[in-house]
Design a protein around this ligand. Sequence first.
Ligand code: UDP
Length: 262
Amino acid sequence: MAQKRRKLYEGKAKILYKDKGNHIVQYFKDDATAFNAKKRTTLRGKGIINNLVSAKLMDNLISIGIDNHFIRRLSWREQLIHHLQMMPLEIVVRNIATGSLTKRLGINEGERLARPLIEFYLKNDSLNDPIVSEEHILCFEWASPQDIDDMTSIALRVNDFLCGLFSAISITLVDFKIEFGHMFDEKGRDRLMIGDEITPDTCRFWDTHDKTRLDKDRFRLDLDNPLSGYQEIARRLGVLPPGVLEGTSENQISSLENQPSP
Ligand code: UDP
């Protein structure tokens, strides 16, 4: 089905296809990359889990009034979304120090921050997505002052909401990345909204009790069975029915994809 549509863009983990009007089909692949695509593999079933997880989280955000691109899930790997004019920025929110923050500033790994920390990065693979200040964003007109204010307050609301949602299933939201874009509706109004995805590829999730990594760090750090964390997140969120995708053999995945998605 997906092959018949016009491909607009293929990224590291997703493909976007043109649909009717201002709608796009977002297709989640099994490819995993880290360290600016220097490390690559295929995690069979990852695209299915990310599609289910992002659909649930975006849908929950809509229900509390946080605008995003999600319209509805179409299949195991596809969702219908609004076409946004994306800003060339990644907004990272951190609750606990890890990853590039510990390396850049020498903060202790695992230290809880005194308040959620918001950072902006420029999306540019050839520059390794450098961190940028609000001054850089304004000077080079990557976003307006209003966009910066709105992205900051929305990112904090998303953080509050997701921290609560995950803490109820014994998962600590350590940090995450979101991206924003503008949607111009039929009346020509401009709405800022979250695009891209919210998944274990773009968030760090630790089991609250034993600190097990349940996200892409399993792959970045060469931990055992990288997909197991994604499966655990999906299962605790209730988006993977019991028994589904417990294995990742080729047969299990292709037979799943031949069944209608829930
Ligand atoms: N992140 C992301 N895409 C990127 C860079 C970071 O989704 O291109 C997410 C990452 O999964 C983590 C958060 O943003 O949840 C902070 O990542 P960090 O800056 O620590 O970078 P990393 O250690 O991943 O290089």
